[in-house]
Design a protein around this ligand. Structure first.
Ligand SMILES: Nc1nc2c(ncn2[C@@H]2O[C@H](COP(=O)(O)OP(=O)(O)OP(=O)(O)O)[C@@H](O)[C@H]2O)c(=O)[nH]1
Ligand SMILES: [Mg+2]
Length: 246
């Protein structure tokens, strides 16, 4: 099952300082991949940077402009739908701030080629890593958040909050993405849960998760709380369903 028409989906909110370099790097590393930027009306002019650069790059570059900041989860759902409707056979999701190394995209696509339905660029398998500079509370939050969600939801993956992934489009199309209702890390967890329940083959490949290069983080307490509430709610609902089936 060789991947022929990959699409890289890049959600952006105020990434004008990163997006130009990101598009340039992607067009060097995976020139055959099309790129879709989903921008939420960034006041710093991110979408204009994309427009100005698009025609001069070898890759096919598109932008969806949304009126205001509507959240990462809805940006990915819109981007995936766009790609599926246009016949892309693989959908890569990654951040636009260089925490995800564009140089690792080929290794994710190779794992899809090998037969996986969903490939997770994982920080918590041998060879994967998080930045040395992360303070202890961020490490612990990431490590324990991952363990909590993975055990409760029986995900059987090491990095269920990871945002660097590649999906087989035909598989993603079966997951009823429009019914997902989370934004931040919760979206990644919910997506993994759907994929597991659908019986997909989920493969983790190691990645080195970097530091944001420029610009500001959009991570917030609300996003962490959302993921925690969703995982707990889904975990309870799974248990009730299993018990009712017995
Ligand atoms: N379209 C869109 N993109 C978003 C939104 N929120 C965040 N993003 C983008 O999603 C990616 C991840 O967001 P980050 O702020 O880097 O979140 P993070 O990586 O968890 O946090 P840091 O480690 O602090 O950078 C970046 O490319 C952001 O620009 C949003 O509401 N809409
Ligand atoms: Mg980031």
């Amino acid at each position: 099952m060789v991947i022929a028409r990959p699409l890289v989906v890049l959600p952006t909110y105020n990434e004008a300082s990163n997006i130009g370099e990101m598009l340039t790097r992607l067009s060097t590393v995976v020139p055959a991949a099309a790129v879709l930027v989903v921008d939420d009306g960034s006041p710093d002019g991110t979408a204009e940077v994309v427009d100005a650069l698009a025609g001069s790059l070898p890759s096919d570059v598109h932008v969806i402009r949304r009126a205001r900041k509507l959240g990462l989860g809805t940006a990915y759902r819109a981007g995936f739908r766009w790609g599926i409707e246009r016949g892309h056979d693989a959908l890569v999701q990654m951040d636009s701030d260089f925490q995800h190394d564009p140089g690792a995209v080929p290794s994710l696509l190779r794992a899809l080629d090998g037969g996986a339905d969903m490939v997770i660029g994982s920080r918590y398998v041998p060879g994967g890593s998080i930045p040395d500079s992360w303070p202890w509370y961020r490490r612990e939050l990431s490590r324990w958040g991952n363990r909590y969600a993975s055990r409760l939801l029986r995900l059987d993956v090491h990095d269920c909050t990871a945002g660097f992934r590649a999906h087989r489009a035909s598989f993603l199309d079966r997951l009823d993405l429009q019914s997902l209702d989370t934004d931040g890390y919760g979206f990644q967890v919910q997506l993994t849960h759907r994929a597991r329940r659908a019986g997909g083959s989920i493969v983790e490949v190691p990645i080195q998760f970097g530091e944001r290069r420029l610009g500001e983080s959009k991570m917030s307490g609300r996003i962490i709380a959302e993921a925690f509430v969703m995982a707990t709610r889904t975990g309870i609902s799974d248990r009730v369903t299993r018990r009712a089936r017995r």
